[in-house]
Design a protein around this ligand. Structure first.
Ligand code: MG
Length: 272
């Protein structure tokens, strides 16, 4: 090869290496720009709509090895999610726990890694509103911070209430629609039985294994070992980037919609 060609080849090689390395920052900026331009509705899906199924009549009592999180008496196991030094200021009346929207979400004092949880919830019989503004709450399977930080399994009145499928009751919010729609009418008790497997991370912060959820809604399978893509996001696509964590509290959402607050009873958990 002539020296001129040799020089040209070397120059092209150097330029090629430089080109291959430089776009990292450009690519990252482009991804960030596209995320900044995302709208909430771009990650909301309406088809296919989960089939409506009528559930059986019974719910589950706590087994002998369960940690009782709420049995109708007090909120000793809970604190405010926005200020964990403060008590959970929700309303207990006649054995029922009702959301106090002004007080914000509540979360368990205890931290959990992998577990099985049972939760019963009830929409007010005279619930009003539509879409996401109708009896919205949520079971955060790991509360990674204040407000809506964490991994949410949606609670909502979806008995004849249309919304995006990956935002309806039994969905992993904005990630996976429930397999069916077993909602009972407002005023009747609904049950969630959920198995949560926390995500695992390597020492360098990279993801070792994603979080997984199996969930039964009124006894019907709605999430079948679903692998979560990251903590719940209202806008944008979830990711585990910067999400490294171990055990976390379980949180129940006080949602800001204008409809009447929903109630809970019989909440227990079994660490696995
Ligand atoms: Mg919610």
């Amino acid at each position: 090869m002539k020296p001129a060609y040799l020089f040209l080849s070397a120059a092209l090689l150097v330029a090629g290496v430089a080109w291959a390395q430089k776009p990292d920052s450009i690519r990252a900026k482009r991804i960030q720009d596209s995320l900044n331009n995302l709208k909430a509705h771009e990650t909301e899906y309406y088809e296919p709509v989960p089939t409506v199924v009528t559930p059986g009549a019974n719910y589950a009592d706590p087994p002998s090895d369960a940690i009782i999180l709420f049995d109708g008496k007090n909120l000793d196991q809970w604190v405010s999610a926005n200020d964990t030094t403060k008590p959970a200021d929700w309303v207990i009346k006649k054995g029922l726990l009702t959301v106090n929207k002004k007080a914000g979400s509540i979360q368990t004092k205890q931290l959990f890694m992998d577990y099985q949880i049972h939760v019963e919830w009830r929409e007010p019989k005279d619930i009003e509103g539509s879409d996401q503004g109708r009896g919205n709450s949520g079971l955060f399977l790991a509360s990674t911070g204040k407000g809506d930080d964490g991994y949410e399994m949606q609670i909502l009145d979806n008995y004849n209430n249309k919304t995006y499928t990956n935002g309806q009751a039994g969905s992993i919010y904005k990630q996976n629609a429930p397999l069916v729609n077993p909602n009972r009418p407002p005023g009747e008790w609904q049950t969630y039985d959920v198995v949560w497997t926390a995500p695992r991370f390597n020492d360098d912060g990279s993801l070792k294994s994603p979080a997984r959820v199996t969930a039964f809604f009124n006894g019907l399978l709605v999430q079948n070992n679903f692998e979560l893509k990251g903590p719940t996001l209202y806008i944008g696509h979830p990711t585990y980037e910067n999400a490294v964590h171990g055990p976390y509290p379980i949180k129940i959402q006080a949602h800001g919609d204008k409809s009447k607050p929903i109630s809970f009873r019989n909440i227990w958990v079994r660490p696995l």
